[in-house]
Design a protein around this ligand. Sequence first.
Ligand SMILES: CC(C)(COP(=O)(O)OP(=O)(O)OC[C@H]1O[C@@H](n2cnc3c(N)ncnc32)[C@H](O)[C@@H]1OP(=O)(O)O)[C@@H](O)C(=O)NCCC(=O)NCCS
Length: 246
Amino acid sequence: MATDPPTTNAMAKIKSALSKLDKKSIRQWFPATTYPTDPAVVRIVLMHISVLRTLYYSARFKGWCLIARGTRLKIGPGSKIQFAPGAFLLMGFLHYTPTPCSVHLGRNATFSVVGTAHIRRGARVFVHDGALFEMGHRSHIGDCATVTCFEHIKFGDESTCSWNTNILDTHAHEIIVNGVSRPISQPVIIGNRVLIGSGATVLAGVHIGEGGVVAAGSVVNKDVPAGAMVGGNPARVISEEVEWIP
Ligand SMILES: CC(C)(COP(=O)(O)OP(=O)(O)OC[C@H]1O[C@@H](n2cnc3c(N)ncnc32)[C@H](O)[C@@H]1OP(=O)(O)O)[C@@H](O)C(=O)NCCC(=O)NCCS
């Protein structure tokens, strides 16, 4: 009795599976607002992706976890990367530094991603035990930036933290001033469309309002009002009305 060659059977199965996909189920995985659509980005991703790790972590955390070759990803017991529907996390792609990126989640830590978030080459992200780190749509952590999260750090949509910046929500040590113990960590909340200039440091407890700009090399230890530009050490308001194009 004649049997179909195995390739024909496989093709038939793929065709049948594809025919069952309606637009709704496809959009669930690829909502239009969260594609990494820029062709240059797609090309770089395809050239540098670590296929097996991408497939493994994407399946494990049920989201698109695109990992460049060389990226150091360490995930402690009970920790998770939480993806909103259709979210993409790109780790270690782009840009101009040869050093790979490193992402380390301690125990029971959560890294939450909405939309398309980038952690660029050379960046180092550490999320301590039980802490929460959130990245919004089109948010970027730049080359050689460091993020040290002991409690809660949030990057809003379209926020960029530039090269060599340092964002931390902790002193990482107990500091006692005139006999009074300072809080070891306090959340850092970075609003939507915030630009943190190269080499700036954002310290524990700071909230940066929507559209804020931090000048290069500043040390931010107080809240930044929405739409303001701050600079210096300690950072002071330079302008109360600033706009920038992501
Ligand atoms: C903040 C910034 C945007 C200001 O640009 P600008 O408006 O052309 O700056 P100006 O030279 O007109 O300076 C305006 C005022 O801000 C001050 N200022 C500018 N840059 C500063 C800085 N990095 N730190 C402290 N103060 C700063 C100036 O001294 C000046 O103050 P004054 O009016 O009292 O003299 C720019 O200096 C900067 O830091 N850009 C960030 C670049 C960057 O890191 N890009 C990363 C892209 S991913």
